[in-house]
Design a protein around this ligand. Sequence first.
Ligand SMILES: Nc1nc(=O)c2c([nH]1)NC[C@@H]1CN(c3ccc(C(=O)N[C@@H](CCC(=O)O)C(=O)O)cc3)C=[N+]21
Length: 279
Amino acid sequence: MQILDGKAVAAFHRERIEQRLDDLHERQIHPELAILLVGSDKPSAMYAKSMCKVACSMGLKAEIYTEPSTVRETELIAMIEHFNEQPSIFGILMMMPLPSHMNATRVINCIDPRKDVDGLTDKSIADLFTGRPGFVPCTPRAVISILDYYHISLSGKEVAIVGRSNVVGKPLAQLCLNRNATVTHCHTRTRELSKVTQRADILISAAGRAKLIRGDMIKPGAVVIDVGINRWEGKTVGDVDFEEIKTIAGAITPVPGGVGAVTTMMIVENVVCGTKQTE
Ligand SMILES: Nc1nc(=O)c2c([nH]1)NC[C@@H]1CN(c3ccc(C(=O)N[C@@H](CCC(=O)O)C(=O)O)cc3)C=[N+]21
């Protein structure tokens, strides 16, 4: 069984992105990333922290703006509008999910699409769905980027995606379709989930539930991509029961050190390199 090493993938992209950032600095352009963290969602706090660490290590200025979950929607929108107007800010990253008392769609769509580095606005979503250039959400991009690095083709493959969030599951299905995969999209109401997952050549779990994917759910030799971030006995684990599947799967991304490690690099790339063609 092969470990798909996210750190190696991130390192592969790092040099080119740093070069681009150096070029900008030489031209006296100093891009900044504004990270908005609302409430106390653990994965979001973890992401914000590693995002800052990676950005700083590469010479990209990144700042976390933390607000309590009780912050008013109007106040949050005012912050976004301020970032929209500030020329030094190239990217605005809104951590999801937002507290339930807010209208997340309304808040997100206040982000200037030119600064929407995580591809969350309606404009970015429409661009992705119709194949126009635009910002693509970074976690799904990280998944594709890992498959590309290891030369795992999606074309004609049976792909099962578990989880249908707007940040991960839905855009990921679109990216896999663009690569000519046959996509089955599973979720909490899917009946006989294991029957569907057993068919998959590539199984991607983004459900956010520890030990959801067990050994008897995968096809021998399948590629398993674990996007989950969960706490289990004080440790960070994915959705996949690693011990159970390690003798059955052909390849797997670990948590940590898998998809998450690449996601942060994709954000930096979006901030310093601008929009990408739909992948
Ligand atoms: N708009 C938005 N986009 C997201 O992509 C998004 C989000 N909101 N909200 C929260 C989740 C969570 N998430 C993580 C990404 C990277 C790591 C990460 O860097 N993990 C490293 C280090 C983990 C560690 O410190 O142990 C690793 O897996 O190797 C973690 C979590 C992105 N999310």
